[in-house]
Design a protein around this ligand. Structure first.
Ligand SMILES: [Zn+2]
Length: 419
């Protein structure tokens, strides 16, 4: 009986709670649905605590509701960056375009602190969710995610990969006698036992995804290796993000059914068709020539390299490959925050001839699906988290308005509101 009374008491608290919850009503001049490209005028969005409870034209606004007037704005779900490195910060003048030098000169605690700052920057730019794919020294990504989740610091909802799993040597191309320097950033795994151990080490740390390097060495994970990785990760409930910078690596990854191919700058039409068949998302990381120059490349080389992902983006869009935006920035700029720099990659989409409605789909709807959040984020609809941004112009008419997001709400909390 006593137990029953406790249950009843607990239930009563649950039922009563919404009455005390903070409620907010946003008046949206235009509400844009990135899944369909449709815009509806004069909508009211009701929010209780962190969730959207109702959306419509003639909603009754309860007493005590906080009103937010965005009647001269276009309102849409928060952006999602599916490929970030919050704890990486290369600077051209200090590290000469070499990521390895940034690793050597920056300690894990320093990288965690900088990660906190960048996380706030990307949130303020309009990214309410990010998927952070490694290069975070000794698990600095986990510390940043935890601090955000505990409400200690502002930041987007952050999925993290922990340590990147890679064939021997990682991505730092050091002589074998110095290969241990890459040990902070990568778990070298070549045999099946090593692969299983590396996946379990990450799973034990409670990562959200497994990130692997398929092909930055002469030795490339085989289709069988990759199938093994996908199965082992699935056993721990984790999806696999596969860095591929060669056609051979990407083809293996697509055949094995990884969940995403990161970069994929060199993809044949045949591999793209395979990606479609196996539902493999291409996480595009279309560096602008300005970003490429941060790798200490000259103007001409940067421009030529930039043309490679732009050309394959045109094909991927035309062929209907699932596409999710990823910024992949590992460097800091003097004149842009990390969030502003991520949005500068919009120029590459435009150059590839991708229309605004597709760009929005690639920056919100498809990444939400890739991240397994299609039922909780990426839509302004009842039951979804109140991750909401607003722009002065309609992005369908002027996509560059996304570079100047005036309002950001994450899970019902207003992060930024500017005239
Ligand atoms: Zn990356």
């Amino acid at each position: 009986m006593r137990a029953l009374r406790l249950v009843v008491a607990a239930y009563t608290v649950l039922v009563v709670q919404p009455l005390h919850a903070q409620t907010t009503a946003i008046r949206a001049g235009r509400l844009l649905d990135p899944a369909t490209g449709e815009v509806t005028a004069d909508q009211v969005i009701l929010i209780a605590e962190s969730l959207i409870t109702a959306v419509g034209a003639d909603l009754e606004i309860p007493d005590g509701t906080v009103a937010v007037d965005l009647s001269d704005r276009t309102v849409l779900p928060g952006l999602i960056d599916a490929h970030t490195h919050m704890c990486s910060g290369m600077r051209l003048e200090q590290h000469f375009g070499r990521p390895t030098l940034a690793v050597i000169y920056n300690s894990t605690p320093y990288r965690a602190i900088r990660g906190v700052i960048r996380a706030r920057e990307v949130l303020e730019a309009g990214f309410t969710t990010i998927r952070d794919v490694g290069n975070a020294a000794d698990w600095a990504d986990l510390a940043v995610r935890r601090a955000i989740n505990e409400g200690l610091v502002p930041g987007p909802t952050m999925l993290v990969s922990g340590k990147i799993i890679s064939p021997y040597g990682g991505q730092q191309f050091l002589p074998t006698e110095h290969a241990w320097l890459a040990d902070k950033e990568y778990l070298f795994a070549d045999t099946r036992d090593e692969l299983r151990k590396a996946i379990r080490l990450n799973a034990h740390q409670n990562v959200d995804i497994i990130k692997i390097i398929v092909d930055d060495q002469r030795y490339v994970y085989s289709v069988d290796d990759l199938r093994y990785i996908v199965a082992e990760a699935a056993d721990a409930g984790l999806k696999v993000a596969a860095h591929c910078m060669t056609e051979r690596g990407a083809h293996n990854a697509a055949e094995a059914g990884v969940h995403s191919i990161e970069h994929g700058w060199y993809l044949s039409d045949e591999t793209m068709e395979l990606m479609k068949r196996n539902d493999v998302t291409l996480v595009t990381t279309e560096f602008t020539a300005d970003v490429l120059r941060e790798y200490n490349l000259d103007e001409e080389t940067s421009r030529q390299l930039h043309g490679i992902p732009v050309e394959r983006m045109t094909r991927a869009h035309r062929l209907g490959v699932p596409i999710a935006f990823g910024s992949d920035l590992i460097m800091d700029f003097d004149d842009m925050t990390r969030g502003e720099a991520a949005l500068s990659l919009l120029d590459s989409f435009v150059e590839s001839g991708v229309p605004p409605d597709a760009i929005l789909y690639y920056m919100i709807t498809e990444p939400a699906r890739l991240l397994g959040m299609e039922d909780s984020r990426g839509s302004v609809a009842p039951g979804y988290y109140a991750d909401i941004i607003a722009t002065t112009d309609n992005p369908l008419e002027n996509i560059n308005t996304l570079k100047d997001v005036r309002f950001v709400m994450k899970a019902g909390e207003i992060i930024k509101q500017r005239d």
